[in-house]
Design a protein around this ligand. Structure first.
Ligand code: CU
Length: 220
């Protein structure tokens, strides 16, 4: 009990400098809409922060929440959080196109599922339809850079490529955007998402992990 309390105290002291930085960033975040001072928009590239803060309470918001740009310009999202809290930038028009980050998947009844890495985990398997076995797994369309075009054709793109938005896409996802150098081993090392907007319009997006995180690109 005592040892725990001492350890917690030391961690608190060590975290003080970081908390000051986080407090500063929180202040910046509350300035949204009041000031253009923190806007990073030059040479046709508008940068948006996905998240921020980190050591005390990671921010779950896009900043600036609205990017006003011209046709042919680019928006780049990146994640300045100091801990490994990922975000996605996900565009879709029909709510049915929202991609949950995990889903039940059918597996062969004879398949033995074991954890790859040691740790406190066990695959969540349960009975599926018609005697089949189901397992909860991660949705590749949420974790990866993925697009579903106007005809319903799904494809994946390599991490950190620039995508040219046509406007007819049913779904466009950044994948999990991690702070620089913090993508867990084995996951797509996405640290930014760059979209060039070729058509005027208003493009709403959401973070698939924190659905209250919303943003908008207005292209004129
Ligand atoms: Cu998020």
């Amino acid at each position: 009990m005592m040892a725990l309390a001492i350890a917690a105290g030391a961690a608190l002291l060590a975290g003080t400098a970081m908390s000051t930085m986080a407090a500063k960033e929180d202040r910046v975040a509350t300035d949204v809409g009041k000031s253009r001072r923190h806007m990073d928009y030059k040479n046709g590239v508008f940068k948006v922060r996905a998240g921020g803060g980190g050591s005390v309470a990671p921010l779950t918001q896009f900043y600036p929440p609205v990017a006003n740009i011209k046709v042919g310009e680019t928006v780049v999202w990146y994640n300045p959080t100091r801990v490994a809290e990922p975000h996605t930038v996900t565009f879709f028009k029909d709510p049915a196109m929202f991609a949950p980050i995990e889903q039940p998947y059918l597996i062969s009844n004879s398949t033995a599922v074991k954890p790859l890495a040691p740790g406190n985990s066990d695959a969540f398997t349960f009975p599926g339809p018609q005697g089949a076995t189901a397992m909860l797994g991660a949705n590749a369309r949420a974790y990866n850079v993925a697009v579903i075009d106007g005809d319903g054709k799904a494809s994946y793109l390599p991490p950190n490529t620039q995508y040219a938005m046509r406007g007819s896409e049913q779904y466009l996802n950044s994948g999990f955007i991690w702070p620089e150098g913090q993508a867990p081993e084995g996951l797509p090392p996405v640290t930014s998402f760059s979209v060039k907007f070729e058509q005027a319009g208003t493009y709403d997006y959401v973070c698939a992990i924190h659905p209250w995180m919303t943003g908008q690109v207005v292209v004129k």
